[in-house]
Design a binder for this molecule. Sequence first.
Ligand code: NAD
Ligand code: UDP
Length: 323
Amino acid sequence: MELITKRILVTGGAGFLGSHLCERLITLGHDVLCVDNYFTGRKENVEFLLQNPRFEAVRHDITLPFHAEIDEIYNLACPASPVHYQFDPVKTTKTSILGAINMLGLAKRVKAKIFQASTSEVYGDPEIHPQTETYRGNVNPIGPRACYDEGKRCAETLFFDYHRQHGVKIKVARIFNTYGPRMHPQDGRVVSNFIVQSLQNQDITIFGDGSQTRAFCYVDDLISGFIKLMGTDDTITGPMNLGNPHEIPVRELAEQIIRLTGSKSKIVHCPLPQDDPLQRCPDITMASEKLSWKPQISLETGLTRTITYFDKLLSQRNDILKE
Ligand code: NAD
Ligand code: UDP
């Protein structure tokens, strides 16, 4: 097959998912422009790409307009962990909405195809299980998660209005919980928290009784889904669920991580945060039919790789502290 090198802009490219996406796009032979304000992203995530002439990184906040001649945009910029997106909720809403307007405006001007990293949080605390794309959600519009949930919902609205009104080519993915190497160790999300706690033999903090469920997708599987969705013909816009439908209670995740790390950690229970969804699991029928995509990596394999990453990161930090 003939390779067509595209110029691709990745917003949030120095974050967890963004850095894996930049890496994959470079491997596929494209030119990648990573745009990030480093709020939750880290230069270390993309440092290894800097020697590659196909890769460029720019510090920029997407709440402000950005100009570049590009063929495709992946719009990932937005803090994703509840701890981070609730740190400055007004800024989170601005990033989602002004960021979407700026990126859609750019896509319209240069006729680029644009991908939006939306989220399972648009379903809120769902009454339909597993969640299909037709479900309209149960979001508390004034709660502590609303800056993220409603910001992402409004961004979806903007994507579909730019598509209908201006003919912009859009791809909207609703991403479910994803984990893997390069998550921020103080990210606050459950997988990174439990692994970092286990590796340090600290208490494992389960919020609530741990019966709430999530379904965890390994990052490499998700990135394959992104590339496949972006490669579909213009009739496919999404929104499309991307995630791993293997659903487990949070308590079981803690037990599995304790076992895989051989940790001496004990489980402690903390209050369940307000509006924390009690269950979440994607229905991925649409992705499997339209993209022939389904996750390949088991939770055990994915967790083992992620544990190896955090183990190395924590040892490096300990070595620096000893120096
Ligand atoms: P992350 O926090 O690691 O990455 C987000 C990146 O966006 C960071 O590099 C951050 O510095 C950057 N950023 C934030 N605000 C910005 C701004 N105003 N301008 C420029 N850059 C900005 O999070 P992630 O897990 O990599 O998530 C990436 C995207 O995927 C987010 O849009 C998130 O909502 C979405 N998503 C992620 C998950 C998941 O499980 N990881 C689930 C659903 C949706
Ligand atoms: N959680 C937990 N302990 C932690 C962090 C999270 O029990 O240290 C729970 C959290 O309350 C939620 C689930 O794990 O029910 C997933 O949380 P996360 O922040 O990873 O993502 P969410 O799906 O809530 O956005």
